[in-house]
Write a new protein. Structure first.
Length: 256
């Protein structure tokens, strides 16, 4: 009897650092949980494993099979894989597996959360790797992005004209959102220290140059003149390598 088809996910980094709770780092874990919850068994090639049932309770029927990179035994097992499809978490994960074996002939999808500007070095002092990333993406039949806008930017590259593009919007924890929406609004606001007449503006995003908090802060004086009861709340971790510390200093120095 032939074995049941299975899928393989290559994910270089499955962050378990509690001090870095941003979506860009934790989204790969959600990818693992989503694929592990499908009808097909999942095998994960990675440098670090975690317990999916603890990350997404009740979402997966079974833990995936883990293939941690390193050593001849792992290489032999990876070489023997015959998956129905290969998912690759990002360009870094592609580089992790490209030397392990020949993946030609498989249906392959690469997940690319970033935009071309991020790989070009627009928001950092790092050298551009855009040309390399485009070449790597071109080897995949499907590219998965997290927004239609980002997908549109990648589609503009002629090297990617043979790729099919799909996008899965970023999302939050629906169960937690439903729980909060069910709470008493006045009590919730009071518990967070907001007065009953406060006009609360919340910006949920990691603090970095490309997120645009500087634009919001720069316009805040005008907003306050028009809406005196306005209060600004910035929610998100500070990204060290994306100008976050400098932006945080600017925010703290602003006369709110």
């Amino acid at each position: 009897m032939p074995s049941k088809p299975y899928i393989v996910l290559a994910a270089h980094s499955l962050c378990d650092e509690p001090g870095q709770p941003n979506g860009f780092l934790f989204s790969p874990r959600d990818t693992v949980a989503a694929l592990a919850g499908s009808e097909y068994p999942l095998k994960v090639i990675t440098t670090r494993r975690f317990r999916v049932s603890e990350w997404a309770p009740g979402a997966v029927p079974a833990e995936p099979a883990w293939l941690e990179v390193g050593g001849w035994l792992a290489r032999r097992r990876i070489a023997a894989l015959k998956p129905a499809a290969l998912f690759v978490e990002d360009p870094q994960s592609h580089r992790m597996i490209e030397t392990l074996r020949n993946w030609t002939g498989l249906p392959k999808a690469m997940i690319v959360r970033g935009s071309p500007d991020q790989f070009k070095g627009t928001y950092t002092d790092l050298p551009s790797e855009l040309e390399r990333v485009v070449k790597e993406m071109a080897a995949y039949s499907v590219i998965v992005n997290v927004s239609s806008r980002v997908a549109g930017k990648w589609k503009a590259f002629p090297e990617l004209r043979n790729c099919a593009f799909r996008y899965i919007p970023n999302c939050g924890r629906e169960e937690e959102g439903a729980r909060i929406l069910g709470m008493d609004r006045a009590a919730l606001r009071a518990g967070l220290g907001f007065g009953p007449d406060a006009f609360v503006v919340v910006c949920v995003a990691s603090v970095q140059r490309r997120k645009g908090q500087d634009l919001l802060v720069g316009a805040w004086s005008d907003i306050k003149r028009k809406v005196p009861a306005a209060e600004l709340v910035l929610v998100g971790p500070v990204c060290e390598s994306w100008g976050g510390r400098e932006l945080l200093a600017t925010i703290k120095a602003h006369p709110f």
